[in-house]
Design a binder for this molecule. Sequence first.
Ligand code: GLN
Length: 473
Amino acid sequence: MDLNKLTIKKYLEMHKNKEINALDLFQFAQNQYTTHHKHLNIFIEEQYAKALDIINKNPTLPFIPMGVKDNYLQERQNATAGSKILKNFIAPYSSTVIKRLESVNCLSIGRLNMDEFAMGSSGKTSGFGPTLSPWTNKKGASMSPGGSSSGSASSLASKLCLFSLGSDTGGSVRQPAAWCGLTGFKPTYGLLSRYGIVELACAFDAPGFFTKTMEDAEILFSYTKGKDVFDFTTVDHIEEKSKKKIGVLYDTRVHPETLEDLKNTVKHLKSKGYEVEEVSFSMLEYFLPIYYILCPAEASSNLARYDSIIFGDGKTKVQDLDDLYTKFRSENFGEEVQRRIVMGNYVMYSGNVDGYYNHARKLISKIWSEMKDTFYAYDCILMPTTSGPGITYEETLNPDPMAMYLCDLYTCFVNILGLPAASIPTRVSPSTGTPLGIQIVSKPMGDNLIFSVGKEIEQYYEFNEKNSWSNKC
Ligand code: GLN
C-alpha cells in the first residue's frame, strides 16, 4: 500500500485487519514533513512528537492524523487565527468539531498556518509568513496553495495527515482544494457547529474538510454533523432525495481546460443516468460586491473585541485609551485586516448603512427567491471552483487587493446562500502542470447529494489514484 494515497476509509479497514498501526502512519507523515516539506511554512505549531506520545500510551487505537487550521480552538492550546494579535492567546475550551473528531480518535499533527482571521485567498496575509504549496508548475515556480486555509491544503497535499480542517466563509476550503488537487467540502450552513472557531463573518462561516476522496469527507461529516447546544444556528441533517438531474453552468470566461473538464463531466454523468441541463446565473456578478460589503461589516464588528484589554501583552506604551487602541491595533493587525475594518466601518456608518449593508441584505432575499427554483430542480449544479489552475507565489505578491478578491467569484455565493458545496480534483493541467478542480453546489440539506454526485465525478477522474499528490516527491 502506498501510504501517500491512503484514505481514512482504507486506513480504518487496514487497521481493523491489523495491516497497519497508528505509530507507523504518524511516523511516516512526520518523516514526509522533516525530509521534504519543512520549507513550506505549513505549521504555526508542529505537534508530531506530542501525537506520538499519545499513541505510545494507547498503541492499539486507530488514531487518524488530522491537521487543524489555527482558527479552531483546542483546550489549553494557543490559537492564533493567523494573527499576531492572538499570539499569546490560550484557548479555554475546544471547538465542538474538534471534540467530536477527538472522540473518534482523530489526533492533531499540528496547528496550521492560515490567512490572518481567514481573510485572503493565498495564505500571504498570515501574520506568521506565507505558506507554499508542495506543487510547482512546469517552469519549477513555487505555487500558492490558495487560502485562507493555506496550511490545511498544503499539509494534506504534502501527505502530512489523512485530512485537515478548514473554514469556509467565501471559498476558503474549496479554492485551496482546487489549487492543491484535493477534495474540499463545505456543508450546509448550520449542519456543523461553529462553536469554538474564531469567526470571520458569522452568517457565512462554515467548518469544512480537506480530504483525498468524497467518501472521506462523508465519513468526517457523519462524525461531526448535527445540533450543538453551544451554537444556536445548528440543526440536524434531513437528507434530500435524488432526482437524478444535474444543472451545469458553463462560464466561457474560465480557463479552456476547466471548461473542457465541465463538458467531460457532463458526458460522464449522462452515461451514469443523470439528466443534465444547462443553467445560467444572471445574478452571478452581484455576489462578489455583496460578499465584500457584508463580510467586512461582520468582520469589523467581530474584530472590535481585539483592543489589547483582554488580548495582548499589555506592553504597548500609550498616553490614553484612544492611543492604546490605535497603537495596539495598527501594530498587530496586518494590512488586509485593517483594510477590511475600514471597509466594514464604512458600510456600517450610519450615513451609509442603508445604501450598503441593508441594501446588500435585501438583495440576498431577492436573489434567493429568484434562484431557489433552480437549486431545487437539480441534485447539484456543476460549475467552476475557480477560473482556472492556481497562481504562483510570485503572483500573490500583486499589491492590488481586487486581484485576490476575484478568486471568490464562483465560491462566495454558496456562503451567502448557506448552501453545501464541494470542489473535486479533476486532473493536472496540461498547460501549467498544476491541479485543476470543479465545483458542485446543492440546495440546503443536499449534502448527501454532494457526496453521491461527487463520488461519480471522482470515479471518473481518479485523481487520488493517478497522481502522486505533488510533483515534488
Ligand atoms: N477569500 C475570501 C476572503 O478573503 C474567503 C475567505 C474565507 O472563506 N475564509 O474573504
